[in-house]
Each structure stands twice: as structure tokens, then as C-alpha cells.
Ligand binder design. Sequence first.
Ligand code: UT7
Length: 328
Amino acid sequence: MASRSAVISGTGMSVPERVVTNADLEKLVDTSDEWIRTRTGIRERHVAREDECMSKFAVEASRRALEAAAVDAKDVDLVVCATVTPDMPIPATSCSIQQQLGCGKAAAFDMQAGCSGFIYAQSVAKQFLLTSRCSHILVIGAELLTKFVDWSDRTTCVLFADGAGATLMSAGEAPRGVLASVMHTDGNMGDFITLEAGGTLHPPSEETLRRGMHFIRMRGNETFKIAVRMLEDVAREALDQAGIPAERVDWFIPHQANLRIIDAVAKRLAIPEERCCVNVDRYGNTSAASIPIALDEAVRSGRVRAGDVVLMAAFGAGLTWAASVVRW
Ligand code: UT7
């Protein structure tokens, strides 16, 4: 008898309509299209309007994932939304997503693991599908990072962007499904990527506002230096756990932070360019949303087919890093 597994049964994505190009940013800060393209690979990104909140895009992406899986919202058992940019601190945005979708019987909670959040959430969902009576779990990565961007800081405002990706994960049968998931954290590097105020350490005050402590700050170059090695190591660890050599990877879906990081990791893993899913040029860095957005594009374009091996790997605030291997 085939053993129970956690499969990805549907994918979806949604991004704001408004597109901001590098040329637009040249008007805001001392930067250039050339610098942004050559240092990051980004050409344009989607930016939410003032009246739009994160759950709007999470709900749209989730509806598409449910539709692709042909599963009714009423049959979802759990909603997990990975995000660092919730609609508000209380209640969890996944509760609003549950309500908007009509997932009446689903429990719901948010997951905060920076840019690795989607893979962390996928790993948690896998455990529920393997060890509980859950049949369908919505795993979402959704961010409106631009709401916390300092538009006068050229080191961050050219990078971060908005969007949402969702997957429906369902109880299925091996050999399909998540073959391996690996998660790591090192809080020693917690100050590499921060948004300092708004929590119990620095509750919102006139002073936190005046000091710009509600904006995302990043020690980009230090993060860059460590990202390549950590992504390579965690990808190899997940592949080892799955018993799959890197040359058998059909699609590599890395976190879309920087084209130079993606290229360097793919090269170290000897994964050819054409097997690497890249969309950072069109979407920028959407943190926890970047992998599910790239996955949805790869699936809907017909690239990912039944039986393919998909490797996902991410790296971000925490610091956290994570990888998973899925047989489609
Ligand atoms: O998603 C979470 C994980 N995040 C990441 O993985 C991000 C990792 N880091 C990166 O992607 C890169 O470090 C950046 C794209 C953020 C920066 O690239 P870099 O090659 O590390 O540049 P740098 O920070 O060392 O800065 C080089 C120069 C500096 O000028 P000086 O000191 O050499 O005169 C910066 O001030 O580039 C300058 N610079 C800019 N110039 C034009 C920084 N930002 C800009 C800008 N336009 N937007």
C-alpha cells in the first residue's frame, strides 16, 4: 500500500496592479537603473496602493490555489500564512483570510520566519498532513513590504516589494509530495535585517516614529556574504535527506532576493540556468511570498510536470534559512 504523503495540489498568486520601475526610483533617491539591475537583477516591482492590505492579495492567491486544486474552501482544515507584514498585530491575518475565503472549519495562524517563512509553513503543514486527520491545508506567503520601506533609503527601497503566493497542500500518496524539509535559525545574526519598533521592546511612540524605527533596515552586504553559503548548505542537506542528487533536480526555486545570489548558489549546486526559476527582475524581493509566486508561475507556464523534482531554498531575517524537496 502506498504511504501517506503531503502533496501540493494547487498553486496561486496575486500582486498589486501598480508597477514601479527602476526609472521611477531614480526620481526618489540617488540611484540608477544600471546600479539596481547589475547589483540585484531587479527591473521593476509591484507596489500596493495606500488602501490595500496584505490579506487582499493572500485571499486572491488562495482562491486561485483552491480553484487549481478543485477543492472547496469549506474543506480546508488549516490556514497558515507566512508573513512579516500582517494586516495588523492582533488578530492574526490568517484569521481574516479564513473568514474572507469561507474556510469555516479551518484553524488559522500566522507564521513569522522572515523570507524563509513559506518553507517553514510548508514544513509545518507537511507534519499536520502526515500526523493528523487534516486533509487540506492552505500554505500562504504574503507580504506588503513597501508599507514598511523608507523611501529615502536607497539601500532598501530599491529591493523590497509586494505580492502573495499560495499553495494548497493535501494528503496524498507517495512517491508524490514533500520528500524533505530542513529549517535552521541563528539568532546571533538577528540584527542583520530588522524592523525594530511596534513590538514590546519598542512600542510605537513619537520617538520611534521620529527615529524611523518602523522601517525595514538591512545590513545588505553582510547578509549577502553569508547567504550564498547557507543556501548551498541547506539545499544540499534537503537533497541528502530526500536521497536525491543535485543533478536530478528538475526545478530550483530559490528565494528571489538578488540575481547574483541565485546565480552563485545554482552554480555551486551545478544546476543549469534553464532549470532555475527566476522572476526577481519583475517582482523584486517579496520575502515570504517570493517562492510561492515563482512556483505558481513555473506551474502555470507548464514547466513543472508530474514526477518532477522541485528544490526550494530560502534565507532571511532571523537569521533563518530553509529548504525543501518536493516530487510533483
Ligand atoms: O531577503 C532577505 C535576505 N536579503 C538578502 O539576501 C539581501 C542580500 N544583500 C544584497 O542583495 C546586496 O548586499 C545588496 C543588493 C543589498 C547591496 O549590494 P552590494 O553589492 O552588497 O552593495 P554594498 O551594500 O556593498 O554597497 C556598495 C555601494 C555603496 O557605496 P560605497 O560605500 O561603495 O560608496 C552603497 O552606498 O553601493 C551603494 N549603494 C547604492 N548605489 C546606488 C547602495 N544602494 C544603492 C543604490 N543605488 N540603490
